[in-house]
Design a protein around this ligand. Structure first.
Ligand code: ZN
Length: 235
């Protein structure tokens, strides 16, 4: 079989493969997109959950500190009235200590309020993300199922075509092959066209008689206008 016939055969196989690809539609890209989405949300959730854990730990230690500081203030206040203080100097020192502890207490209480609201914010965000993730997973699974069903339907034909393509491609040299791919891409699958009434069957441009003869001899001939491979089956 001449090279031009191999090219025609390859074009037929590629067009059938293209139809199969079209049948799968946007499912492959949708699955890819949703998978990426799932990964991103999972990562963000993981980060927020870690932050939530750290915030909870901080809240616990802050609460402990608030409690112990309050107790300390109370016991200091008790000393003010239980008679254990006898001089003004001692009294002033005690008041100063109490003020210091009160200031610390109020700082820790403010921190605690901030931590609590941060915790609440994180919990809300996690809830939103979790339900978004559920939605993504449901959609992803349904697209995956649909894709798998379609893939199964076309698997046999697709495999047969792919192996046929390999066999055909073996008979085509590298240069012609890359030219073929270029034209395939540019001309949307119409790579090799017949010469009809001395014109290119692809673009309609005139084909010089010498090239027509070459095509009849099954030499590789290109259209001077659209660059497609030309062939001629009859005289
Ligand atoms: Zn042409």
């Amino acid at each position: 079989m001449g090279l031009i016939n191999q090219i025609i055969l390859l074009q037929e196989v590629d067009n059938k493969l293209f139809e199969i690809k079209k049948l799968l539609g946007d499912l492959p890209s949708k699955v890819e997109e949703l998978t990426e989405n799932e990964d991103n949300v999972k990562l963000s959730l993981e980060n927020k959950e870690n932050e939530l854990k750290e915030t909870s730990v901080s809240i616990n230690s802050n609460e402990t500190l608030v409690e112990s500081t309050s107790e300390k203030i109370n016991s200091l206040k008790d000393k003010l009235i239980d008679g254990s203080i006898s001089t003004n100097k001692e009294y002033d020192a005690m008041m100063e200590t109490i003020d210091f502890e009160k200031k610390l207490l109020s700082e820790k209480e403010n921190e605690l309020i901030e931590l609590m609201s941060k915790k609440e914010e994180l919990e809300n965000e996690i809830e939103v993300d979790t339900s978004a993730l559920d939605g993504i997973i449901i959609e992803l699974n349904s697209k995956k199922d649909a894709l798998n069903t379609k893939m199964e339907e076309v698997a046999e034909e697709k495999n047969a075509l792919e192996s046929e393509r390999q066999t055909v491609a073996k008979n085509i040299d590298q240069d012609t092959m890359s030219k073929y791919s270029e034209i395939y891409e540019a001309r949307k699958g119409l790579v090799a066209v017949e010469i009809l009434d001395g014109s290119c069957g692809g673009c309609g441009a005139m084909v010089p008689p010498q090239l027509v003869n070459e095509a009849i001899s099954q030499n590789i001939v290109y259209c001077g206008n659209c660059s497609r491979f030309l062939y001629k089956t009859e005289n």
